[in-house]
Design a protein around this ligand. Structure first.
Ligand code: ATP
Ligand code: MG
Length: 328
C-alpha cells in the first residue's frame, strides 16, 4: 500500500484553489492508500500570524478537512506542530540544503517581493516541507502546481541524504491534478489564487456566504472580447472561470464551452456563481456540524498519535545514520 502525505497552511481560510488543486485529491486517495494529512501551522508562521487568528484558522482548516470528505478512520488528520519530529528533521535537512537551491524557489521570490523584513523561515521553508514528506516515507504527495518546485527539491534532498548516509528515505512523487492544478486569482489571471492575499476579492473561500460568492464572481476580472472560450494564452481570466465552473459542476471545460457558445460574460458569471454556491453548500453544512460537535480535538489527538509513531521511527533512523549518539 502506498503512503500519501500532504498539508495545508492555516494562513487564512481555504480557497477554491486549495480545494480543487489539493483537497479534492486528498479525499480521492484516502480509500486506496495510507494517508496522512496535516494542518501545517509551522509553515504558516513563516509570515506573521496573530495568535488568536492562527488558533481559529487551525481548527477551521482541520474541520474543513473533515467537511470536505476526509474520514478520520481512514486518513490521519493532525497538526504539524503536534509532531515534534517535523521541526527536528527540518533542521537536519536545512543543513543539507544549498543556499542556491533555496534562492531559486519562486514561492520565496513571490512572497518576499517588496517586503522590507523577510523572516529566515520563509527562506528555509522548503527544507521543512521536505522533512514533512520524508518523515512518512510518502510515495505520493497530492499538491497544486505551485508546489512542484518544492517537491523537486524534496526529491533531491532525499537522494542526497541516501547517497551520503545509506538508503533510508523514500523519494516521493508529486500527484498533481490534470485540470485545476493552478486556479488563478479573480483579480489577475497571471497570479495564482492564494488564501493569504491581502485582497479578499481575489479569492473565494470554502466558507464564503452565497452573497459574497455572487459579489466576488460578478466583480471578477474578465478579458477583452466577449466569447466564453477556453484559451489560457489569450483569455486567462475567462479560462480560469471556466475551469472553476467545470470543477464545481463535474463537467469538462469543453462541455462548459459548448453550453455557453454565443452567450456573453454576464450570463456565464451569473450561472457560475450559482454553481459555486451549490457546490459549497453541503460542505458548509457539514463544516458547521463538525465545529459545533467539538469532535475535531479528538480527531487531531488520534491523528497526532498515529503520525508520531511513524515520524519518530524515521527520525531515529536518520539520526543514527548521520552519526548522532543514541540517547540510551
Ligand atoms: P498561502 O497564500 O498562505 O501560501 P495558499 O492558498 O497558497 O496559501 P497553501 O497552504 O500554501 O495555500 O497550499 C495548500 C495546497 O493548495 C498546496 O497543495 C498548494 O499547491 C495548493 N494550492 C494553493 N493555491 C492553489 C491554486 N491557486 N490552485 C491550485 N492549487 C493551489
Ligand atoms: Mg501557498
Amino acid at each position: 500500500q502506498q503512503r500519501v502525505l500532504s498539508g495545508i497552511q492555516p494562513s487564512g481560510k481555504l480557497t477554491l484553489g486549495n480545494y480543487i488543486g489539493a483537497m479534492k485529491n486528498f479525499v480521492a486517495l484516502q480509500d486506496e492508500h495510507e494517508c496522512f494529512y496535516m494542518v501545517v501551522d509551522l509553515h504558516a508562521i513563516t509570515v506573521p500570524q496573530e495568535p488568536a487568528a492562527l488558533r481559529e484558522q487551525s481548527e477551521s482548516v482541520a474541520a474543513l478537512f473533515v467537511a470536505a470528505g476526509l474520514d478520520p478512520a481512514k486518513a490521519s488528520i493532525f497538526m504539524q506542530s503536534h509532531v515534534p519530529a517535523h521541526a527536528e528533521l527540518g533542521w537536519l535537512l536545512t543543513t543539507m540544503t544549498y543556499m542556491g537551491e533555496l534562492e531559486r524557489m519562486t514561492q520565496f521570490k513571490d512572497k518576499s517581493e517588496g517586503k522590507e523584513a523577510v523572516g529566515a523561515g520563509l527562506f528555509v521553508y522548503p527544507s521543512l516541507m521536505a522533512a514533512d514528506i520524508l518523515l512518512y516515507n510518502a510515495n505520493l504527495v497530492p499538491v497544486g502546481d505551485d508546489q512542484k518546485q518544492h517537491l523537486e527539491l524534496t526529491r533531491d534532498l532525499a537522494g542526497r541524504f541516501n547517497y551520503r548516509y545509506g538508503d533510508i528515505l523514500v523519494v516521493p512523487e508529486p500527484f498533481i491534478p490534470k485540470v485545476g492544478a493552478r486556479i488563478m486569482a479573480l483579480d489577475d489571471g497571471t497570479k495564482k489564487m492564494s488564501k493569504s492575499s491581502p485582497n479578499g476579492g481575489s479569492f473565494i473561500t470554502l466558507l464564503d456566504s452565497p452573497d459574497d460568492i455572487r459579489k466576488k464572481i460578478s466583480r471578477a476580472k474578465t478579458d477583452l472580447g466577449r466569447e466564453i472560450q477556453f484559451d489560457v494564452q489569450n483569455k486567462p481570466e475567462v479560462s480560469n472561470l471556466m475551469t472553476i465552473y467545470a470543477q464545481c459542476s463535474g463537467q469538462t471545460v469543453e462541455q462548459v464551452q459548448a453550453a455557453y457558445d454565443g452567450q456573453g460574460y454576464g450570463a456565464f458569471k451569473k450561472d457560475l456563481a450559482e454553481v459555486v454556491v451549490q457546490a459549497l453548500e453541503p460542505l458548509q453544512r457539514t463544516y458547521a456540524d463538525v465545529r459545533a460537535s467539538g469532535e475535531i480535538h479528538r480527531i487531531l489527538k488520534d491523528g497526532a498519535e498515529r503520525a508520531n509513531v511513524v515520524a519518530e521511527e524515521t527520525l531515529r533512523n536518520v539520526k543514527e545514520a548521520m552519526g548522532f549518539l543514541p540517547r540510551s
